[in-house]
Design a protein around this ligand. Structure first.
Ligand SMILES: [Cu+2]
Length: 179
């Protein structure tokens, strides 16, 4: 009985791991995986890799030559499909967005490329500034980065340069600002 419980638990964990984020498009569920990659630095308009993981939260007053620009890789496949074969949803895009405590909301600059031969999308060159609000990734098939024509994919709470306590307080703030 004990083993059965453990087995069931492992199966549940596996099912969750198989579909990190779920989206629905035209009556079909899809899984989306997000993998945060090393960030980039920008100097004289040029980007270069840095040895620092993202997502990275840029604090106020930090000099631009110290900013770490975040980048994330995304893959999409049909939910339940065991091989996790990447599929392309026409016009599928992810973009960064912030919901603020004061009711304002806004996007930020980014660069979106893909899908490449492996079906991987890359969302990069995002400067996540520290503000009273919640950064998130939203997805859409529309041309514009608007709240109405998009849906929340993931909230960004685990910034690599924050302490666990700081991450926790962002998580709590995000829970109140989810849309
Ligand atoms: Cu903001």
């Amino acid at each position: 009985m004990k083993y059965l419980a453990i087995l069931l638990m492992m199966m549940t964990l596996k099912a969750t791991a198989d579909c990190p984020y779920t989206i629905n498009w035209k009556a079909q569920s899809y899984c989306v995986s997000l993998e945060w990659l090393n960030g980039e630095a920008k100097s004289r308009g040029k980007f270069s890799d840095v040895n620092e993981l993202s997502p990275y939260l840029i604090s106020m007053g930090m000099s631009p030559n110290q900013w770490v620009y975040s980048q994330v890789a995304a893959k999409v496949w049909v939910a339940g499909e065991k091989e996790q074969t990447p599929v392309v949803i026409p016009g599928f895009r992810i973009f960064p967005y912030m919901m603020m405590s004061n009711g304002h909301h806004h996007s930020t600059r980014y660069d979106y490329v893909g899908p490449d031969q492996d079906g991987t999308y890359l969302l990069r060159r995002m400067a996540f500034h520290k503000m009273r609000g919640c950064w998130s990734l939203r997805w859409t098939t529309a041309d514009e980065d608007l709240l109405d024509s998009s849906a929340e994919l993931a909230q960004i709470t685990e910034f690599v340069n924050l302490s666990e306590a700081e991450q926790k307080s962002i998580k709590e703030l995000c829970q109140t600002l989810s849309l």
